[in-house]
Design a protein around this ligand. Structure first.
Ligand code: PLP
Length: 386
């Protein structure tokens, strides 16, 4: 539970938000690897920074409060956080993943955890009956993303969590795309939330970081042990950057969403655009479920141009919006999922789940929306094959 009624305030004052020793209004960067002990076994709360560091701890307390969880953990990247969480599993266990799961999560399961006989199955988390039919004896966990990119597929988190718990599965939700400002999966029944904090939480495309939040003391003990044993921790300086980023999450997201809504409406009306995928549009397949569990449709939009538009020319014609992997920064970015973010998913699976070569993903930044739309508009015009 948060100490604050409104998340906009918790973002700034939540967790450990200042320095008890000096009154500094920001938690200092404790750039130290070790801590003096007053005698054998007489520690002052810290012994070694892989195990615990005050700057990292402030961030961990903050994300736990924001997600309304029991405890938070900070890692060197989103993938390090997901690796730590999947390390709860044992050989012989299977994980169900939603079909549009982050490419790196898919690769981690398909090409790393398979060495340890931990396997996966792609499940349709948008269809409760189909999902339940995929729960065999060996399935021990599910990873949900909602909305899942690049098609922004919405999963009813509460429904899938309820079914999963009937079968004793661990419910893991990757909340990178929504952040606790828009959606709190633990309050919808998830056991663990993971984040690529590299994206909206950091918000400035200047830090790679991951977070995990658990809903029980039992899971907290296990993740703390794994975090210390495997060692992929977030450094003090990066922890500081993330705390700083989170303070402005509310104002950034408000502007991001305002811009995304306008960009989605612009694209939907544009004659060159074949499809728009954005759960913030009432016409979107996931709109209603998303409205039920999240504050709004978030920021990420995907769209497809008609066949008589050349996608390479489109990307090369953009002047403001940058072609880059990643998302969630203040600057607008576009990417080409089939050759970039989702390239690690085999072509046949990509085709099956609808990640076509014509698909474009837009992370709407917080620039003046008139400039973003003007840039998209001129690049679309340039890319028409006459
Ligand atoms: C980027 C991303 C990740 C991976 O996080 P890194 O910080 O890049 O390691 C995981 N899940 C989602 C949804 C992402 O967008």
């Amino acid at each position: 539970m948060s100490h604050f009624e409104h998340i906009g305030t918790a973002l700034i004052h939540g967790g450990i938000s200042n320095d008890a020793h000096t009154g500094a209004v920001n938690v200092p960067i404790y750039q130290t690897s070790t801590y003096q002990q007053d005698g054998l076994g007489k520690m002052r709360g810290y012994e070694y920074s892989r195990t615990g560091n005050p700057t990292r701890e402030a961030l961990e307390a903050l994300i736990a409060e924001l997600e309304e969880g029991y405890a938070g953990f900070a890692f060197a990247s989103g993938m390090a956080a997901i690796t730590a969480v999947l390390s709860l599993l044992h050989a012989g266990d299977r994980v169900l993943i939603s079909s549009n799961v982050y490419g790196g999560t898919f690769r981690l399961l398909a090409q790393v955890f398979d060495h340890f006989s931990i396997t996966y199955r792609i499940a349709d988390t948008t269809d409760a009956a189909k999902f339940e039919a995929d729960i065999t004896e060996d399935v021990k966990a599910v990873i949900i993303e909602s909305p899942a990119n690049p098609l922004m597929t919405v999963t009813d988190i509460r429904k899938i969590a309820d079914i999963s718990h009937k079968h004793n599965l661990l419910v893991i939700v990757d909340n990178t795309f929504m952040t606790p400002y828009l959606q709190k999966p633990l309050t919808l029944g998830a056991d663990i939330v993971v984040h690529s904090a590299t994206k909206y939480l950091g918000g400035h495309s200047d830090v790679v970081a991951g977070l995990a939040v658990v809903n029980s003391e039992e899971l907290a003990k296990k993740i703390a042990f794994i975090q210390n044993s495997t060692g992929g921790v977030l450094p003090p300086f990066d922890s500081f950057l993330l705390i700083r980023g989170i303070k402005t999450l509310g104002v950034r997201m408000d502007r991001h969403i305002e811009n995304a809504q306008k960009a989605a409406e612009f694209l939907q009306k544009h004659p060159a655009v074949k499809n728009v995928y954005y759960p913030g549009l009432p016409s979107d397949a996931g709109y209603e479920i998303n409205q039920k569990q999240a504050k709004n449709g978030g920021v990420m939009i995907s769209f497809e141009l008609h066949e008589n538009y050349d996608i390479e020319t489109f990307f090369e014609s953009l002047k403001l919006v940058m072609l880059a992997e990643s998302l969630g920064g203040v600057e607008s970015l576009v990417c080409h999922p089939s050759t970039m973010t989702h390239a690690s998913i085999p072509a046949d699976i990509r085709a099956k789940v609808g990640i076509t070569d014509g698909l474009i993903r837009l992370s709407t930044g917080i620039e003046d929306i008139r400039d973003i739309l003007a840039d998209l508009s001129q690049a679309i015009t340039e890319s028409e094959v006459k």
